[in-house]
Design a protein around this ligand. Structure first.
Ligand code: 5AD
Ligand code: SF4
Length: 454
């Protein structure tokens, strides 16, 4: 569902009416988790600024704190609960402060119940389809101190919105995120995302391209197209067409995209990357497991061979690109030999970087109900075994850059990122947001070190 213009105007009106009351007050949005959450956090801050708040990074001076949460693994949720718990003291010291919670955890029913029962000092909670209502939510919280929850219980196919025309307060003036699609229809058996983010929906290409244009015109140099399955974009263009258009504005900038699902990692997409020098040389393509039985149990919709074919195509057609991935170890019933299939796949592809996760049961998912959980110590052993192998691969990959010159976008403080998203340290104090050439002199597992080349 697209949020109507009337609704957007109503919220703008509420925001404007709060500006006098909130002038001089400070707002903190603390974001946990993925890039999508970071993008949401920038919109929430945009709404708070429109209400009159000034952004701050300091909890002790914040008049409103919104915790933008992540539910992808148990550990992420425990961290958030720890932070919420610690807010109680802050609120006792300064009772006028407002505390809110949003994001993926806020969308889980058992967390909504927990918040009501155990954390009554939290003023409000809102779900992932309520961001456009922040001004109204703040107004209500200022008027009443009773915890209010703004959530829908719409079924997956109807849950989720597209909002255009709300303000964004960006974290950086040279790196930006542009959401192109939201939600997920895949229901991988371990994953909470479809339940908390709703069904897949794509923005109109004109809206994406309008945002792109204003970012490029505004001097942004590294722009990331975002989506839970970004390459499953189904707007009025295909994703390769959209990417091609995003890479066709004048000026020097990079456009990258995250996260891709292997089922939609087409030859056409790789071709577009090869044709457009502005498309960053980085492909993040999660494989999750190297064993067919586990892939099937995960409901991933591809097998090992199909994944390898796609990864090899990327390596052949984009020899200067980095390839990175996500993998889960210790999925229920995963045997030692099935785990070794994952290890073999890692060795065969040779990823520049691998994000290895220990399987974490998520309430309400299919895998949560599976028998045959792997003991935690065994999961940790597999994690460590795979991490050691990957560390050695990453070193070999980075060694190959020694002697080469890379285009690097400075982040200031003598470091930056290459088009491959490699961290590059160099010997000159170059302002953040400036492109430079760096000759690589040495390589560590996750960092290249070089000298500025004039
Ligand atoms: N347990 C462990 N890892 C998970 N991921 C998603 N859900 C789970 C889970 N329940 C990992 C996947 C995904 C990444 C963002 O997080 O590898 O690609
Ligand atoms: Fe989760 Fe799978 Fe959707 Fe990715 S594709 S968000 S892993 S359900």
């Amino acid at each position: 569902m697209n949020i109507s213009n009337e609704q957007i105007f109503l919220q703008q009106h509420i925001a404007a009416s709060l500006c006098d009351t909130l002038a001089g007050k400070k707002a903190l949005v603390r974001t946990f988790g993925c890039q999508q959450n970071e993008a949401d956090g920038e919109r929430i801050m945009g709404a708070l600024v429109a209400c009159g708040y000034t952004p701050t990074d300091e909890l002790t001076e914040a008049d409103i704190v919104i915790l933008n949460t992540c539910a992808i693994r148990e550990h992420a949720e425990q961290r958030v609960l720890g932070v919420i718990g610690s807010m109680k003291k802050e609120k006792e010291k300064r009772p006028s402060m407002l505390i809110g919670m949003c994001g993926c955890m806020a969308q889980e029913q058992h967390r909504q119940e927990l918040l009501q029962k155990s954390y009554p000092f939290v003023d409000f909670l809102f779900g992932t389809d309520m961001h456009h209502r922040v001004p109204e939510i703040v107004q209500n919280a200022l008027n009443s101190r009773k915890q209010k929850q703004y959530v829908t219980d719409a079924p997956h196919g109807e849950f989720g919105v597209i909002t255009e025309g709300t303000p964004v307060f960006r974290d950086s003036d040279y790196k930006a995120r542009v959401s192109v699609m939201y939600g997920c229809n895949n229901f991988c058996s371990y994953c909470i995302v479809p339940y908390v983010r709703g069904h897949e929906r794509s923005r109109a290409s004109a809206d994406v391209l309008g945002e792109m244009r204003s970012l490029v015109d505004g001097g942004y140099k590294d722009i990331m197209l975002l989506g839970q399955n970004v390459n499953s974009y189904r707007g009025d263009k295909t994703f390769p067409e959209l990417l091609s258009a995003c890479a066709s504005f004048d000026g020097e900038y990079w456009v990258r995209f995250m996260t891709s699902h292997p089922k939609d990692a087409s030859a056409e997409l790789v071709q577009v990357m090869a044709q457009h020098p502005r498309v960053a040389r980085h492909f993040h393509l999660p494989f999750q497991s190297g064993n067919d039985r586990i892939l099937h149990a995960m409901n991933r919709k591809y097998n090992r061979e199909q994944y390898l074919e796609k990864a090899m195509r990327i390596k052949e057609m984009l020899p200067d690109a980095a390839i990175t991935s996500d993998v889960i170890v210790g999925f229920p019933t995963e045997t030692e030999s099935e785990f070794l299939d994952t290890v073999e796949l890692v060795k065969t592809v040779g990823f520049d970087m691998l994000y290895t996760f220990i399987y974490s049961p998520r309430k309400g998912t299919v895998a949560e109900k599976m028998v045959g959980r792997i003991p935690h110590e065994e999961q940790v052993r597999r994690f460590q075994y795979l991490s050691d192998i990957q560390d050695a691969i990453a070193q070999t990959k980075n060694d190959a850059y020694v002697g080469k010159t890379l285009r690097v976008l400075s982040d200031g403080n003598f470091v930056g990122r290459s088009s491959q998203n490699k961290i590059v340290a160099f010997d000159a104090d170059v302002p953040a947001g400036t492109f430079i050439n760096v000759e690589i002199k040495s390589a560590k597992q996750y960092k290249l070190v070089g000298e500025l080349k004039k």
